[in-house]
Design a binder for this molecule. Structure first.
Ligand SMILES: [Zn+2]
Length: 81
């Protein structure tokens, strides 16, 4: 497990505290979220990307479905314990 070789990381994308960094030398992808770093690979990045997109769509659907007077809050209150 010697890694004396210099790894030149490239920032692929970034916005605020969120960044995706790629290392062409070993093919490692890093997702930086504030103080947290998730090491991953391109396959996982694709999965994460589609899961996040799906979550966004579902969240928008739920928010659209919720009446302005807060039906979702009532449902949540009824489900506590
Ligand atoms: Zn590397």
């Amino acid at each position: 497990m010697n890694s004396n070789k210099r790894h030149k990381k490239v920032a692929l994308s970034g916005n605020g505290d969120c960044r995706v960094v790629f290392c062409p030398d070993c093919g490692t992808l890093e997702i930086n979220l504030g103080a947290s770093t998730i090491r991953t690979n391109s396959e996982s990045l694709n999965i994460l990307s589609s899961v996040l997109n799906h979550a966004k769509v579902r969240l928008a659907q739920m928010q659209d479905a919720a009446p302005a007077n807060g039906n979702i809050q009532q449902m949540r209150l009824g489900r506590i314990h």
